[in-house]
Design a protein around this ligand. Structure first.
Ligand SMILES: CCCCCCCC/C=C\CC(=O)SCCNC(=O)CCNC(=O)[C@H](O)C(C)(C)COP(=O)(O)OP(=O)(O)OC[C@H]1O[C@@H](n2cnc3c(N)ncnc32)[C@H](O)[C@@H]1OP(=O)(O)O
Length: 302
């Protein structure tokens, strides 16, 4: 039997033997701030929608991200993702398949509207939430698979790298940390995560060039573990990966994962304030703001 839900922040009891469908009602212009000439504010859900389907035979939860148009990560959506993971942990989920409910996009990374024309206060709220959501995903007690069924630039790649296994739908989509291309730099914990995934040599090449890898390039450098031709194939491979843990004692598995991830996790935990200060200094600078405005314009001109 499959139990499915769509929910916003703070859902509990996800394994209840009933179907719950909570649709988001709030729509908001993410930021009522001035945009560069020619740009109009787009309407998108403030918190996004998250579809959760739990297979009650295996205990594996499929979490589908849905924040049109491109699953960009703003404060509300990140909070929603963190609450979802929290609930899954409390309900002792046996595994996670993290994927997108939108066509063509896994997630477009950070919502650039959270960075552009921000105040120190709004940026602090946003960045603190990003740190918190990432820490939750990176250290989940259950095994996790990213089923990357669309583009995954920037923080989209970061979310995928934080899952234990990555399966990507080929051949049209790209994945990578593209910050340098935008004239900004990836925070140290993105860098740490990429080094953990690719090793220092490939991480340096990827990060300095802001490379967006095709699925076959990503497979070659180890950024993903498998490339698939269809979503169905991806789901089957994800389930097969997770099924190997059915016979492994959960605590032994979890402690081993945390031991391996400890250095990267504690580097952020110990340096959260420093990280935030770096971000505020860089993002609020006139030069970066100008660059972000131009980048937003270029996206809208396409
Ligand atoms: C010292 C340490 C300092 C640290 C500093 C901060 C570091 C920042 C860290 C992380 C970086 C990020 O995650 S930044 C974001 C990276 N992401 C991108 O660059 C992706 C940009 N988007 C695209 O390439 C494409 O949109 C797409 C490939 C994802 C999808 O293409 P498609 O053709 O399907 O869609 P459109 O391009 O037409 O987009 C539709 C719509 O969405 C808007 N959009 C797209 N991406 C974003 C985004 N990331 N944030 C906000 N808005 C986005 C786009 O402008 C379109 O809007 P309109 O419909 O209004 O035109």
């Amino acid at each position: 039997m499959i139990i499915s839900f769509h929910y916003n922040i703070g859902n509990q009891g996800i394994f209840h033997n009933s179907i719950m469908f909570v649709k988001k009602a709030l729509f908001a212009v993410p930021n009522s701030k001035s945009l560069p000439i020619g740009l109009v504010a787009r309407f998108s859900s403030a918190t996004g929608d998250i579809g959760v389907t739990v297979n009650d035979k295996t205990g594996v939860a499929t979490v589908k991200l849905q924040r049109a148009p491109v699953n960009s990560l703003n404060t509300g959506f990140l909070k929603n993702i963190e609450s979802t993971l929290d609930s899954l942990e409390k309900e002792k989920a046996r595994g996670l398949i993290l994927t997108s409910g939108l066509p063509k996009i896994f997630t477009a990374g950070l919502d650039i509207l959270e960075l552009y024309n921000c105040t120190t206060e709004s940026l602090t709220t946003f960045w603190t939430q990003l740190q918190s959501t990432w820490l939750k995903l990176h250290a989940t007690s259950f095994p996790s698979v990213a089923l990357i069924n669309g583009h995954a630039p920037g923080a989209g790649c970061q979310l995928a790298m934080s899952c234990e296994y990555r399966i990507m739908l080929g051949p049209k989509y790209t994945i990578g940390l593209n910050e340098t291309k935008m004239g900004i730099i990836a925070p140290f914990w993105f860098v740490d995560t990429m080094i953990d995934t690719l090793g220092p040599r490939q991480a340096e090449l990827a990060l300095t060039s802001g490379k967006l890898f095709t699925s076959s390039e990503a497979l070659k450098v180890g950024l993903i573990d498998e490339e698939v031709g269809s979503e169905e194939e991806g789901v089957a491979k994800a389930e097969a990966f997770l099924s190997q843990y059915a016979t492994i004692p959960g605590t032994a598995r979890k402690l081993t994962k945390l031991m391996i991830r400890e250095k990267t996790i504690s580097n952020l935990v110990k340096n959260k304030d420093k990280d935030l200060k770096n971000v505020i200094d860089l993002i609020t600078s006139a030069q970066v703001q100008k660059g972000l405005g131009l980048y937003l314009q270029s996206l809208k001109k396409k």
